[in-house]
Structures are given as structure tokens and as C-alpha cells.
Design a protein around this ligand. Structure first.
Ligand SMILES: [Zn+2]
Length: 83
């Protein structure tokens, strides 16, 4: 479903995201948002590009649909939990 609202950019280049949009997407004050310019459009999306183990955003590698950092890869000790 597409929702539309119109906002003016203030003198510092800011806009306020509508509360109902933030609530629906569960975006709180600590949510990191990626701002992506695609042609003449700007896309805002939750930034999920961080290590799923430690949360860093540096030296990331993709592991299926998640990200893991180099330090966590090197720190992994594999232990079989069931025979
Ligand atoms: Zn990590």
C-alpha cells in the first residue's frame, strides 16, 4: 500500500517523517536510516547493513541475507552441539 504526505524542507534541510509512518515501520529515535538517491528520487529505508553478531558497520561480508564483520568471522569457534 502506498501512502503519501507532503512536507516542506526547513532552512536546515530537514523534514519530519510523519508519526504514523514511523509507527507503522517501528522506526524509533535510535533507528538508523539509509538515505539513498536513485535518479531524481530519495529513498529512506532502515539501515540493516551491520554485523548481526556485534552490530559494527565496518568490514562487512554478506552471509545469505545478513551481514557479518571480519572480526566476528575470525573469532568464530565452531562447536558441534548435537551428534
Ligand atoms: Zn561483528
Amino acid at each position: 500500500m502506498q501512502c503519501k504526505t507532503v512536507k516542506k524542507i526547513d532552512k536546515l534541510g530537514r523534514i519530519v517523517l510523519p508519526q504514523e509512518f514511523r509507527k507503522e515501520l517501528a522506526w524509533g529515535k535510535e533507528t538508523k536510516i539509509a538515505i539513498i538517491k536513485k535518479g531524481s528520487r530519495i529513498i529512506l529505508q532502515e539501515n540493516n547493513e551491520s554485523c548481526f553478531l556485534c552490530g559494527t558497520e565496518e568490514n562487512l561480508y554478506q552471509a545469505k541475507d545478513r551481514y557479518i564483520c571480519r572480526d566476528c568471522i575470525l573469532g568464530i569457534k565452531i562447536k558441534k552441539i548435537k551428534e
